[in-house]
Design a protein around this ligand. Structure first.
Ligand SMILES: CC(C)(COP(=O)(O)OP(=O)(O)OC[C@H]1O[C@@H](n2cnc3c(N)ncnc32)[C@H](O)[C@@H]1OP(=O)(O)O)[C@@H](O)C(=O)NCCC(=O)NCCS
Length: 244
């Protein structure tokens, strides 16, 4: 069993493919539209970028999708082929890519990998809102730093998931993460309106931790998005957000 086997909810797992690899391995150049992003890149950056693209194409292949370029936009976000949702992440020794077809009801995906090391305490005020800091303070001191890093990872993964819809760069206080340790799940809630999302909208996610890595993942389904299910129960809203 790997960290990624149960990182997406069982209902959507059949529609999703995750492929992992080692970003330190030399890779042959990717497709021409992708390589333009690497003009001034270091060797290390070339390897991780090419690994991410190669793994994404492997994941697309596993879903029966023909190989296609995934260029980087000017803001560095991946430009997935029409009809495809995906996400790429890498740390020093692990790279992962996840892909799904939008026709299978997956609008957007976020995936993040971090080393399983405590977050630098000096970064906590920048990363965590008061509610998250209060929750971290309830944990045994030995686990606080690791879960602060998990909050950080969950925010990065939720950021990647919301970006294809909002095209908005968010600071770390724009979202609030609530972690359920026993379930290996979290909720990422918007602390402010970020169209098309509104304050209180919540992306569901899962996390997994082993001795080396923290992995977080979230997927936005078309059903949840179209039905307004993203809204927290009990909140009143004018109208549900609609896809497209
Ligand atoms: C984009 C970002 C989240 C990437 O995280 P990271 O830990 O630096 O790196 P990761 O390896 O996990 O992910 C990098 C990959 O994310 C993807 N990515 C970059 N920008 C992205 C965006 N705007 N939307 C979606 N995916 C993006 C790319 O595929 C990139 O890999 P590549 O350049 O090789 O293709 C991070 O650099 C960033 O800008 N964070 C600030 C915004 C944020 O996280 N706010 C929190 C809101 S609560």
């Amino acid at each position: 069993m790997t960290l990624f086997d149960q990182i997406f909810d069982p209902e959507i797992r059949p529609a999703i493919r995750v492929v992992t690899g080692d970003p330190r391995i030399e890779r042959s150049p990717g497709l021409p539209d992708e390589e333009t992003a690497l003009r001034r890149a270091s060797e290390c950056r070339r390897r991780e970028f090419r690994t991410g693209r190669a793994l994404a194409r492997e994941a697309m292949g596993a879903l029966g999708i023909a190989p296609a370029a995934i260029p980087a936009a000017h803001d560095r976000s991946p430009m997935w082929p029409e009809g495809i949702a995906g996400s790429v992440t890498h740390c020093d020794d692990l790279c992962a890519a996840v892909v799904a077809r939008k026709a299978d009801g997956i609008l957007s995906i976020g995936l993040d990998v971090e080393p399983a090391e405590p977050l630098d305490p000096d970064l906590i005020p920048e990363i965590c809102v008061d509610e998250e800091r209060r929750w971290l303070a309830t944990l045994p001191a030995s686990r606080c730093g690791l879960f602060a890093r998990t909050v950080f990872s969950a925010k990065e993964c939720a950021y990647k998931c919301q970006y294809p819809l909002s095209h908005t760069l968010l600071d770390f206080h724009a979202m609030r993460i609530s972690i359920d340790i026993s379930r290996g799940s979290f909720e990422a809630s918007f602390n402010r309106d970020v169209a098309p999302f509104r304050t209180g909208d919540t992306l569901p996610g899962r996390f997994a931790i082993d001795s080396c890595h923290i992995v977080t993942a979230t997927a936005l389904t078309a059903n949840a998005f179209a039905s307004g299910y993203l809204r927290r129960q009990g909140e009143s809203h004018d109208a549900p957000v609609r896809c497209g």
